[in-house]
Design a protein around this ligand. Structure first.
Ligand code: SF4
Ligand code: SF4
Ligand code: F3S
Length: 268
């Protein structure tokens, strides 16, 4: 639904699992999803829009042609064989991004798929999947913010949108276009198990006595030392947990190409 003052947002889904959307919609914070939906006018979003078929496409074109809008992209863009591996409404992701992106006032790439290709881009990347920022010939000079994670914490999208609406500019970004407020610090430097790391107390394998005692997960593969994100402080869905707090090492899901660079996940 559109309305007067709320900024319009177009949310495009390309090659992905919809997990980023699902995590946003399932956020247990009472008003997180509603807050996002109340502060913006979500003119096109395949998962939640009421419109379908021709009406949905008409909404998309009306916004793109007649109004300023923020573009959120979820999912990778396959470029091999002219992009035939992802089509919506008969058009490739490449064609749709090329039409919509240049007219956006800003682009937010949500999730590791949209920021660097995600699991589809893992070697041997059979469809030539890439992230939005890898296609400057389509996005032109439109500023891009990357919110990686698989899926990312919804609070990082919310913070980015609210920052943009409040200050009329994008938040400060790191060299990978990630907001510093969320991705400025290393997981390892904020982790509640860091004391165990510093004292040399490690779980040697999953389920052993030291794992049960909450020791550091470095030796069972934790990639917290190589990963930048706010998971230990923001935590997830207001239930106060994040991967390491429930006994699973970080797999580096906010880092570019982590399916290739952070594997094997359970070894150092
Ligand atoms: Fe799914 Fe992860 Fe891609 Fe989000 S980043 S769409 S959760 S595979
Ligand atoms: Fe670092 Fe991971 Fe150990 Fe935490 S569990 S201290 S992030 S290696
Ligand atoms: Fe991802 Fe590591 Fe956080 S796996 S969710 S960046 S703890």
């Amino acid at each position: 639904a559109s309305s007067g003052q709320r900024p319009r947002v177009i949310w495009l889904h390309f090659q992905e699992c919809t997990g980023c959307t699902e995590s946003l919609l399932r956020a247990s914070h009472p008003d997180l999803a509603r807050l996002i939906l109340d502060v913006i006018s979500l003119d096109y979003h395949e998962t939640v829009m009421a419109a379908a078929g021709y009406q949905a496409e008409a909404n998309l074109h009306d916004t793109v042609d007649n109004h300023p809008f923020i573009l959120i992209v979820e999912g990778a863009i396959p470029v091999k064989d002219n992009g035939i591996y992802c089509k919506i409404g008969g058009r490739t992701a490449l064609e749709i991004l090329g039409e919509v992106a240049p007219k956006a006032t800003a682009i937010i790439a949500i999730g590791t798929c949209a920021t660097s290709g995600g699991i589809q881009a893992a070697s041997p990347n059979p469809t030539g999947a890439v992230g939005v920022e890898d296609l400057p010939e389509l996005t032109g000079n439109v500023p891009i913010v990357n919110i990686p994670g698989c899926p990312p914490n919804p609070v990082n999208l919310l913070g980015t949108i609210l920052y943009y609406l409040t200050f009329k500019r994008l938040p400060a970004l790191d060299s990978q276009k990630r907001p510093l407020f969320a991705y400025g610090r290393r997981i390892h430097d904020q982790c509640e198990r860091r004391g165990h790391f510093d004292e040399g107390r490690f779980a040697e394998k999953f389920g052993d006595k030291f794992h049960q005692m909450g020791y550091c997960l470095y030796k069972v593969g934790c990639k917290g030392p190589e990963t930048f994100a706010n998971c230990p402080t923001a935590r997830f869905n207001d239930v106060g947990v994040w991967p390491v707090s429930i006994g699973h090492g970080c797999i580096g899901c906010t880092e570019k190409n982590f399916w290739d660079t952070m594997t094997p996940f359970y070894e150092r």
